[in-house]
Design a protein around this ligand. Structure first.
Ligand code: PRP
Length: 187
C-alpha cells in the first residue's frame, strides 16, 4: 500500500504477518523458560515500544514491566557512542530476573552499557531479547539471548524503529531509501 511512509521505503524486509509469527515464537520460548520466575521485562524506549507491547502479550506468564529510555543516535544514522539515560528504572531490581527488550542490536553500545548498568543494580540474571540483530554494525562484544531476525547492513525502520524519530508507526520493517538519510545527515 502506497502512503507517505511507504514511499520512503526501498524494500520491505519483514511484513506485519512475518513479524507477528516470529514474535509469537519468541513469546513461547520466553514463557517456557521464565514460567514460575516472575521476570521483569525492561523495555528500552523508544524503539522497543511496539515489539514490547506485542511480546508481553505473547507471554502468558506472571511478569511485570519497567521502561528505560536511552539514546545514543541523536538524529544521525551513526551511534555517537555515548549512551544517555533519559528515563530510569522506577523500582529496585535486586534479585530479579530481568529481560531486556530491544528493537535492534547494532553497534552494541546501548546493550553493553545497559548490561553493566543493570548488573550494578543487583539483578539476579539479565536476558537480552532483540527483535533485530545487525552483526555487521558491532563494535562492542554483546550477544543477544533471543533474536527475532538477523538483518543486513542497511538502515532499517518501522515497527518501532525510527529515522530521525519518524517511521516508528510503519507496521512492517523495511530498508529506508538512502536518499532520505543522505539528504538529512548533511544538514
Ligand atoms: C536505537 C535502538 C537501540 C540502539 C541500538 O536507539 O532502539 O536502543 O539504537 O543501537 P546500538 O547497538 O548501536 O547501540 P536510539 O538511541 O536510536 O533511541 P530510540 O530507541 O529512542 O530510537
Amino acid at each position: 500500500m502506497k502512503n507517505e511512509l511507504t514511499n520512503d521505503i526501498l524494500k520491505v524486509l519483514y511484513t506485519e504477518e512475518e513479524i507477528r509469527a516470529r514474535v509469537r515464537e519468541l513469546g513461547a520460548e520466553l514463557s517456557e523458560r521464565f514460567a514460575g520466575r516472575e521476570p521483569l521485562f525492561v523495555g528500552i524506549l523508544k524503539g522497543s515500544l511496539i515489539f514490547l507491547a506485542d511480546l508481553i502479550r505473547a507471554c502468558p506468564i506472571r511478569c511485570d514491566l519497567e521502561m528505560m529510555a536511552v539514546s545514543s543516535y541523536e538524529n544521525s544514522t551513526v551511534s555517537s557512542g555515548r549512551v544517555r539515560i533519559n528515563h530510569d528504572l522506577q523500582q529496585d531490581v535486586r534479585g530479579r530476573d530481568l529481560i531486556i527488550v530491544e528493537d535492534i542490536l547494532d553497534s552494541g553500545n546501548t546493550l553493553a552499557f545497559l548490561q553493566e548498568y543493570l548488573k550494578t543494580k543487583g539483578a539476579a540474571s539479565i536476558t537480552i531479547v532483540t527483535l533485530l540483530d545487525k552483526p555487521s554494525g558491532r563494535r562492542k562484544a554483546v550477544t543477544a539471548d533471543y533474536v527475532g531476525f538477523t538483518v543486513p547492513d542497511a538502515f532499517v525502520v518501522g515497527y518501532g524503529l525510527d529515522y530521525a524519530q519518524f517511521y516508528r508507526n510503519l507496521p512492517c520493517i523495511g530498508v529506508l531509501k538512502p536518499e532520505i538519510y543522505e539528504k538529512q545527515d548533511r544538514t
